[in-house]
Write a new protein. Structure first.
Length: 849
């Protein structure tokens, strides 16, 4: 028997000599059954690292590390009022930007200029921002009103940093602005580098596929410009940049790649640690769980994205990572995430470690002092879940301190008894009460315990105490997950086999959250089990400004280059072809965004420039990852098409040369991507006057949510007749005119009345179908109808089956992280999925048992 198991059994025997209470029965379960942890077996499968002769062991040491002093000098927009103070706040992104700050009061040089000298370890990357104390703390904001996440400083020696604050939480900005733009270039290869964080003036952006970046709306003056690699793969670059009114400051930055070295982290845990539970390494790099986003509750690190250490058998845990030599790694060990159940110092403070990665293979030996932050005793959550819980799901607990819900954390499985346990150690000392709730797969607010369903629910509460407490908590039902659906009724017809190029696909919904990362393998397995041969990913960037428009990646809402590359790799590993269908995120209603734009000549030039960059970025990604198709357009883009109108019906003001601009854009895409280019058009609206440039694309993607019945409850056969009529009269003429292959993208929500084309809202209008998708709040006045959705799919499939000029069919709006029998477009876990499973192999000629 391995020594690890022997140690566990010995601990159990010693425990049971003292008592056979219910409490000790839980300890027995935790010690023995938790060791399997089936929900996380993939994370725990890494082999224990083997020390190498070339390794240099790094022990905790009191030897001083080299430091350099930085002088921060900042200009604020207006003098402070009497009694106000100005602080420079150094931030901890591993715990949470607002959760463990270190504030330093600054000294006034004159009414609007302040300074401070601070020492930092050489090669550190410092994240900081300015705060004005005026009764309450007023954080700095950029000129358009967005809060400053942080500024960056790379400590490569002593120096002075010049900063300018645009505005505060309680003030406006009225000054002149300019911009900084340029490209990020690999200094050794000369190639552009995407996905590099570029910061200046409190603003941040990420470089795109050609290395390009744009920082818009910076106040005039001298700024500290920093380029920072999210995974530490490049040495940070830093220089001053002066911005003039209404002008662009060009700044191409050449960054140096860093070699990877093997770093083994080995940690000893406190004696009272529960053997076998996952110990994670939370850190400031992308590969250590940092999302570089302000997630729920202000945390940036997410537990399911963190690497999990392996037990060594002697009570220690270890993990081997390849890290860039010279990178500044801030990290901590945790039984949860960067905030909950993370290590603390013996005095109760958050523990945050720093390692400047050496140039040779290294072993780092650490010891966790305690998981607790004071005298408050642990709280054990011991829950049973319903038998309807899917085998592929894991159960999460979401916690709420005083301010807001934070990101959900995986519980520990005792699968044989449908039981899940989580022991909460910290931070408890300063909290009188903690809110909590349970959900599936980390998707709290969507895949909830029925008692606490919804994003803004209060939840349940537990008080902290000096005595240990156990909450026995049965979950009776999950929201939107009933008993598994029985057989789905499908038409008894002969399915006509198509050729090998026929597209039978699933399109993921465009909404994104960083917690979805761990669920993609399971989602892709479900897609493959439907016999799909294509996966359509819907990556996004976000419109962060309207006038002039700025479209850029935002890590809080948009999947980044490495994650998209991984999704495509996983899909290709399932022998599926991949299409990318990029579309933008809007802060509100897209129609309102278009209406609020200036839409003059300069505005349209900026719009086409931003959209071009957006598409070429994803064209490069598609080329780099062997995706086969890039889909452009969509229903949102209608105002930018030739002769485009706003939703209210008035002309959008799109330039008269719009046809030439679109043709030029398609030609540019072909220079970057050798696969097929498709154009997405909503039916029937987009087919009343199809754009001429369709001749320049390879494929037409029809966004189909058309009304196929005037009556609720019509059969699939009845609805198929109307669907076929619409295809023949509204779609076929355009296909014959262009000679292009066509694929139907089907999108019907599982809501009563969807087949009529209009689900009535409370004002007499129609609900946008995508507004029913997660994580949008449930509209209780709309009735769930899973069978209508399944019938709608069968109706469209019947119509496609009779029309050999249709070259593919795709289900739109799939929700990857969880099966939900909700009102959304997604077919994940619904009867409509069974309909797809029936039709796809028939079209593709795949035998089904």
């Amino acid at each position: 028997m391995p020594s690890f198991w022997s140690a566990c059994l010995h601990a159990v025997r010693e425990t049971f000599r003292k008592t056979h209470s219910r409490k000790q029965e839980r300890i027995f379960i935790l010690l023995i059954l938790l060791l399997s942890l089936p929900a996380f077996s993939g994370c725990l499968s890494a082999a224990s690292p083997t020390p190498q002769e070339t390794q240099v062991t790094v022990l905790p040491t009191t030897t001083p590390t080299p430091e350099a002093q930085g002088t921060f000098r900042v200009e604020i927009p207006a003098p402070l009022t009497s009694g106000d103070s100005l602080f420079l706040t150094v931030l901890d992104e591993v715990t949470g930007l607002a959760l463990n700050p270190t504030s330093h009061i600054m000294e006034a040089e004159d009414p609007t200029h302040f300074s401070i000298d601070l020492p930092f370890q050489l090669s550190s990357v410092v994240k900081y921002r300015y705060v004005r104390k005026s009764g309450s703390m007023m954080q700095e904001h950029v000129s358009d009103g967005r809060a400053v996440r942080y500024r960056l400083l790379y400590v490569d020696g002593p120096g002075t940093i010049s900063d300018i604050v645009s505005r505060w939480t309680d003030t406006d900005f009225n000054g002149p602005t300019g911009r900084i733009s340029g490209k990020i270039i690999d200094s050794e290869t000369g190639n552009p580098v995407p996905n590099v964080l570029v910061a200046a003036g409190g603003a941040q952006t990420l470089s795109c596929s050609d290395g390009g970046y744009l920082l818009e709306g910076l106040p005039t003056g001298l700024h500290n410009l920093v380029a920072y690699s999210l995974d530490g793969a490049y040495r940070p670059f830093q220089q001053g940049a002066t911005v003039a009114q209404g002008s662009n400051t060009p700044a191409d930055l050449r960054i140096q790649p860093l070699p990877l070295v093997k770093v083994v982290f080995t940690v000893s845990l406190p004696e009272n640690s529960i053997p076998g539970v996952p110990v994670r390494l939370a850190g400031n790099l992308y590969q250590l769980g940092n999302t570089f986003a302000d997630n729920s509750g202000g945390v940036s690190t997410v537990a399911v994205r963190m690497p999990v250490l392996s037990p060594l058998g002697d009570g220690r845990y270890s993990i081997s990572l390849d890290l860039p030599a010279g990178a500044d790694v801030r990290y901590k060990y945790t039984l949860g995430d960067g905030l909950w159940n993370a290590e603390h110092t013996s005095s109760g403070d958050f523990k945050l470690r720093q390692l400047i990665v050496p140039s040779q293979a290294t072993e780092v030996i650490d010891r966790v002092e305690t998981w607790s932050d004071g005298k408050s005793a642990p709280i054990t959550f011991d829950i049973t879940v319903p038998v309807t819980t899917l085998a592929e799901d894991y159960v999460s607990i979401q916690l709420k301190p005083a301010f807001a819900w934070t990101e959900a954390i995986p519980m520990w499985s005792i699968s044989a008894q449908n039981r899940w346990i989580y022991v909460l150690y910290s931070p408890l000392n300063t909290l009188g009460s903690i809110g909590y709730r349970y959900c599936r797969n980390g998707q709290c607010g969507s895949a909830d315990d029925v008692r606490t369903a919804g994003a803004n629910i209060v939840g349940m509460a537990v008080n902290t105490s000096m005595l240990p407490e156990t909450i026995d908590d049965p979950v009776s039902n999950w929201m939107w997950l009933g008993n598994p659906s029985g057989p789905t009724t499908v038409p008894n017809v002969i399915i006509n086999h198509r050729n090998q190029d026929f597209i039978a696909g699933i399109e993921f919904q465009p909404y994104y959250h960083p917690t979805w990362h761990s669920r993609y393998p399971q989602a892709l397995l479900d897609v493959k089990n439907m016999n799909a041969n294509w996966l359509i990913l819907s990556p996004t960037w976000t419109f962060t400004r309207v006038n002039l428009p700025v479209l850029e990646p935002d890590s809080q809402h948009d999947a980044l280059w490495p994650e998209l590359s991984e999704q495509i790799r996983l899909a290709r590993g399932q022998n599926m072809d991949v299409a990318l269908f990029p579309s933008p995120n809007f802060s509100g209603n897209p129609a309102d965004w278009w209406s609020s734009g200036a839409r003059d000549f300069a505005w349209w030039n900026a719009w086409f420039d931003r959209y071009r960059t957006f598409l070429l970025h994803h064209a490069d990604l598609a080329e780099d990852t062997d995706a086969r198709m890039l889909i452009i357009g969509g229903d949102w883009v209608a105002p930018a098409l030739p002769g485009g109108n706003l939703k209210i019906g008035s002309p959008s003001g799109v330039p008269e040369d719009a046809p030439a601009r679109w043709s030029s854009l398609i030609a540019d895409i072909r220079k970057h991507f050798g696969g097929q280019i498709a154009f997405a058009i909503p039916f029937p609206a987009g087919f009343s006057e199809a754009p001429e440039f369709l001749n320049a694309v390879d494929h037409i993607y029809v966004l189909w949510s058309a009304p196929i019945s005037s009556l609720i409850g019509a059969s699939a056969e009845e609805m198929s007749l109307e669907a076929g009529k619409l295809m023949d009269e509204g779609l076929l003429p355009v296909i014959e005119q262009t000679g292009k292959p066509v694929t139907i993208g089907v999108g019907y929500p599982s809501a009563r009345g969807a087949v009529t084309g209009c689900i009535s809202d409370e004002t007499g209008g129609c609900v946008a179908f995508d507004s029913l998708s997660r994580p949008m709040a449930d509209l209780q006045y709309i009735q769930l109808d899973l069978e209508e959705q399944a019938a709608a799919y069968s109706a469209v499939m019947l119509a496609v089956n009779d029309r050999d000029w249709i070259d593919g069919v795709i289900s739109r709006g799939y929700y990857p992280p969880a099966a939900l029998q909700d009102k959304s477009l997604s077919i994940h876990g619904k009867p409509a999925r069974n309909a797809i499973w029936y039709w796809f192999p028939g079209f593709l000629g795949i035998p089904v048992e």
